[in-house]
Each structure stands twice: as structure tokens, then as C-alpha cells.
Design a protein. Structure first.
Length: 221
């Protein structure tokens, strides 16, 4: 799909595991590299994600690959920036100036401000009107959540992040949290593909099925 001047791909089960079966690696194994090339034939800047707010600035194709971070931004052509997810939110961002970003936004990353920091880094590279798209992630119907962390998230991002599961128990609404975090830094145009990783068997889910595999969001121009 197009997002301004950028291209974005959200992968799913049919594309295969874009990670290493949950293994925390430093080097990409050949079968994984082949699956990534089948999605886009560019060097991927992939990250060793830690549920934080560190953002990598990618200056050339493949630069920063394997960094311990949860987001990447670039203003260079030919750079494919990517994050891996199961149930956390994969967010792609782009501006008309050609600045592109991706972020891995789980509840801890949202608390840490990963989306706000990603937009700030994009603006430092010259981005003005930033647009975003949220890919497949777990939705509140399937995401029962503890009261104490939910209270902290609501205090930070607003009560709109509170939801209910299909069983009527407290839930965390990841899409609303993503929207609230982005709105807080002036990003109001946020598309949502609307797919739930827990409900939809076309995606891997750790929460619903304890699957170690990962899908990806990758963005480039």
C-alpha cells in the first residue's frame, strides 16, 4: 500500500515467519533473509526490539540493522525500515517530504512514548505533515488486561484506551492508544487496517496461540 511517497507492507502467516521463531538473534538466518527479500528486495533495517522508546536513524540501506530499538526513521531513498510483531501494534509513518518511519508499539512502548519519539525524530529530519497507518494487532475484544497497568495507560493516554473483552472483562484498546499517542504530537491522519491478530488465523499471535513466529511491517521509498 502507498502512504504518501512511501510504500508499506504488512506481512502475515502466508508470507512466513519474518523473525526467528522467537529466538533473539544478532544475524539473520538465510531462510529468513529470503522471506524478507520476497516482500521487498532491499536491505532491511530490522531491530532487536526491547519494548522501549529508542529510535534508530537509518542513513543508508541496511544501516542500523540489529540495533536494540523499537523504531526506525529514514529520509533516504532505498532504505527499508522494519519492525516485527505478533500482537503489538505495527505502525508505519510517512511525510510528503519523504521521511519514513516504523514503530513497534506494545503497551510498554506506548507507556515509554515510542510513537511520540518516532514522530519527533521524523520532524527533526524535515517531516511536516506526518501520516500513519496501523497494521494488524490485538484488539480489545481479545486483550484482557490488568487493572493497575491499564490505570497507568489511561492516566497517560486518556480513558479512551479502556475497553472490554468479548467476555466483558477489562481490556486495553491498542488502536485507541496508538491514535491518542499520535494525536498528542499532531498526527491526526491515522488509517487502520482493522485486523485482529488474535481473532484472525491469517496472522501469528503470541497472546491467543502462543506462536513464536512474527509478522512484519516494512516501509520504504
Amino acid at each position: 500500500m502507498a502512504l504518501g511517497p512511501a510504500f508499506v507492507r504488512f506481512t502475515g502467516r502466508a508470507d512466513g515467519d519474518m523473525g526467528h521463531g522467537g529466538e533473539y538473534v544478532v544475524e539473520v538466518k538465510p531462510p529468513v533473509a529470503a522471506r524478507r527479500r520476497a516482500v521487498v528486495e532491499l536491505p532491511w533495517t530490522w531491530l532487536r526490539q526491547v519494548h522501549g522508546s529508542e529510535v534508530v536513524h537509518v542513513r543508508s540501506p541496511g544501516d542500523g540493522a540489529g540495533s536494540r530499538a523499537d523504531a526506525a526513521v529514514t529520509d533516504a531513498a532505498g532504505c527499508a525500515v522494519a519492525v516485527l510483531v505478533a500482537d503489538c501494534a505495527p505502525v508505519a509513518l510517512a511525510s510528503s517530504e519523504g521521511v519514513v518511519g516504523v514503530a513497534h508499539a506494545g503497551w510498554m512502548g506506548l507507556m515509554a512514548g515510542v510513537l511520540e519519539r518516532t514522530v519527533e525524530r521524523m520532524r527533526a529530519l524535515g517531516a511536516t505533515d506526518v501520516r500513519a497507518v496501523l497494521g494488524p494487532c490485538i484488539r480489545p475484544d481479545c486483550y484482557e488486561f490488568g487493572t493497575e497497568p491499564l490505570d497507568r495507560l489511561a492516566a497517560r493516554l486518556g480513558d479512551g484506551v479502556r475497553g472490554l473483552t468479548a467476555m466483558g472483562t477489562p481490556a486495553f484498546d491498542v488502536p485507541r492508544a496508538v491514535g491518542a499517542a499520535l494525536a498528542g504530537v499532531g498526527v491526526v491522519e491515522v488509517a487502520d487496517v482493522g485486523q485482529c491478530t488474535a481473532c484472525d488465523p491469517n496472522y501469528f499471535s503470541w497472546r491467543a496461540r502462543r506462536e513464536p513466529e512474527r509478522q512484519a511491517v516494512v516501509a520504504w521509498r
